[in-house]
Design a protein around this ligand. Structure first.
Ligand SMILES: Cc1cc2nc3c(=O)[nH]c(=O)nc-3n(C[C@H](O)[C@H](O)[C@H](O)COP(=O)(O)OP(=O)(O)OC[C@H]3O[C@@H](n4cnc5c(N)ncnc54)[C@H](O)[C@@H]3O)c2cc1C
Length: 514
């Protein structure tokens, strides 16, 4: 289907393709979006634009040794397709295969336009239509697609760069320095002395998995993170999978894990001292006698101020106990030709340095939203139900949990978008956007979460509000009510254009970039 008169863009631009819903990104969120659109909105056309040449997003991009999930697969998996393995914590290749298989099984792969990077989306209040410009990385062309609803499933970080702080003297070091986001296929670390800089999920994954082949691995951290060991296989899940049909077993284990992880999060927030003690005991039990647990495993913040690092079957503690791994908790004074000198004066000799120092956040996949010719100032918008933005019409973002599996919330958001799209169709609406009319709602930062990559990007992120439906609770059970069941017409999400009447263009007014 093609639309002849387009509202925006250069006059020479070719006519656009048109779909009812355009999804940006073919990772976990984009594939979930495809599934729900097909099943819940069968009369709506949709397409997925994917910047890369592959399905899977995060799980296709990251290839470092040992890459794995750090939340259980019964909640990281899609609710509509059971995770069919005994491994609760899964390796990256298996997760990627699962996402690809899901796309293939439901015919979602046929809806993906690969090598299409969406760069700009222009909303016209004349036509209640988005026009999206995408750059094709394979042909160099710019293509144009219009849609009624734009659904960003573009993840939360930059794909083309990771974060590496400006380390003093890094240019002096004579060996390779590698960021895990760009792991070279041909790097041979067998028999080499490796220093991994970082203390997050990536560092605690890399360190034990490199330990067997490397001569020695040192994890160099400025400050520790909370590290918790969980079984790589869940015995209850194994038992239920043997006794029950796959879908029922999956659903029960999923619910069990939702309840257990939510309860653990709530206890952590309410009784941080108790949880600190439990985590310390857990680490101490697995480490050699006399190990300085407080130096290397006692963070300065409370549990769940940052995402907790999960290690399957205590693999990090085991590698330390075997003498294959050391942790240095210190600051870098300078790189040297053969390693790193620390502020304490200690020298770490290294043949290879890995900077597991994080991501660069990018909330809308680099897409620039424009409304009636005015660029939108996203940081001055407020997030409604964690997925729509104040004043931005027919637009949603899939953004998962920071304290539980991403997919739990991403999937709820996909269902919500389908409900909104169906509601608009049923009532002849052509536009919907949330607006805050309650002066008692104050703005607060987008997340109550303090890892460096969020803090570095807070000024690029939208705000959340102090009260529902603008407040993010990071709680699946509450979100079931807020996102899945609550009435759509709640006085905040406003619909217009009923029965084909042209909506009042002023409703689309959003904060523009000054
Ligand atoms: C190393 C690592 C491990 C993780 N482990 C876990 C875990 O165990 N549990 C958990 O819950 N979460 C984890 N996460 C978070 C993880 O990103 C999410 O679980 C989930 O994979 C995100 O899926 P997504 O589809 O929303 O985004 P992504 O996986 O980031 O996919 C986004 C897709 O959108 C595409 N895209 C982006 N911008 C554009 C654009 N402008 N135009 C077109 N396409 C675009 C990208 O190319 C990509 O394919 C991890 C993250 C990382 C980096």
């Amino acid at each position: 289907m093609s639309v002849e008169a387009l509202p925006t863009g250069p006059e020479t631009a070719p006519p656009a393709d048109h779909v009812d819903v355009l999804v940006i990104g073919a990772g976990i969120s984009g594939i979930a979006a495809g599934y729900h659109l097909q099943h819940e909105c069968p009369d709506q056309t949709y397409a997925i634009l994917e910047a890369r040449a592959a399905i899977g997003g995060t799980w296709d991009l990251f290839r470092y040794p040992g890459i794995r999930s750090d939340s259980d697969m019964y909640t990281l998996g899609f609710p509509f397709r059971p995770w069919d393995s005994d491994n609760s914590i899964a390796d990256g290749a298996s997760i990627l295969q699962y996402v690809r298989d899901t796309a293939r099984e439901f015919g979602i792969d046929g809806k993906i336009r690969f090598n299409h990077k969406a760069i700009r989306a222009s909303w016209s209040s004349e036509d209640d239509l988005w026009t999206v410009d995408a750059e094709r990385s394979d042909t160099g062309e710019t293509v144009r697609i219009s849609c009624r609803f734009l659904f960003m499933c573009s993840g939360y970080y930059r794909y083309d760069q990771g974060y590496t702080p400006a380390f003093p003297g890094i240019e002096l070091f004579q060996g390779p320095v590698i960021h895990p986001q760009f792991w070279p296929e041909d790097i041979d670390y067998g028999g080499k002395r490796v220093v991994v800089i970082g203390s997050g999920a990536t560092a605690v994954t890399l360190v034990p998995s490199m330990a067997d082949r490397a001569a020695h691995v040192t994890m160099l951290q400025r400050s520790p993170s909370y590290v918790i060991s969980l079984p790589g296989q869940d015995p209850i899940a194994r038992l239920l999978r043997r006794l029950l049909p796959p879908k029922l077993a999956y659903s029960l284990v999923r619910w069990k894990n939702v309840i257990v992880t939510s309860a653990f999060y709530q206890i952590s927030r309410r009784r941080p001292e108790l949880v600190k003690k439990l985590l310390r005991k857990g680490a101490q039990r697995r480490l050699p006698a006399g190990y300085d647990v407080d130096m290397h495993f006692k963070p300065r913040y409370n549990p769940w101020d940052q995402r907790m690092c999960l290690v399957p079957d205590g693999d990090l503690f085991e590698a330390i106990s075997r003498g294959q791994v050391d942790i240095a908790t210190d600051e870098i004074e300078t790189f040297t030709p053969h390693g790193i000198r620390l502020k304490s004066g200690q020298e770490l000799e290294a043949d290879l340095v890995i900077t597991a120092t994080g991501l660069n956040l990018q909330p809308l996949g680099g897409l620039e939203p424009i409304i009636d010719g005015q660029p939108v100032d996203v940081p001055s918008t407020m997030v409604y139900k964690g997925c729509m933005f104040s004043g931005i019409p027919n637009f949603a973002l899939s953004f998962g949990y920071t304290n539980a599996s991403w997919t739990l919330k991403a999937d709820l958001i996909c269902q919500y978008v389908c409900r909104v799209v169906n509601h608009m169709r049923a009532h002849g609406y052509t536009r919907c956007a949330p607006y805050n009319h309650d002066p008692s709602v104050t703005e607060t930062p987008f997340v109550d979460f303090t890892p460096g990559y969020f803090l570095r990007a807070m000024d690029q992120l939208p705000k959340q509000g102090s009260k529902l439906p603008w407040r993010l609770h990071q709680n699946y059970i509450r979100d079931l009510q807020l996102i899945k069941r609550a009435q759509l017409e709640d006085g905040v999400l406003e619909f217009s254009g009923q029965k084909g009447a042209r909506a009042d263009a002023s409703r689309a007014a959003v904060p523009a970039v000054a």
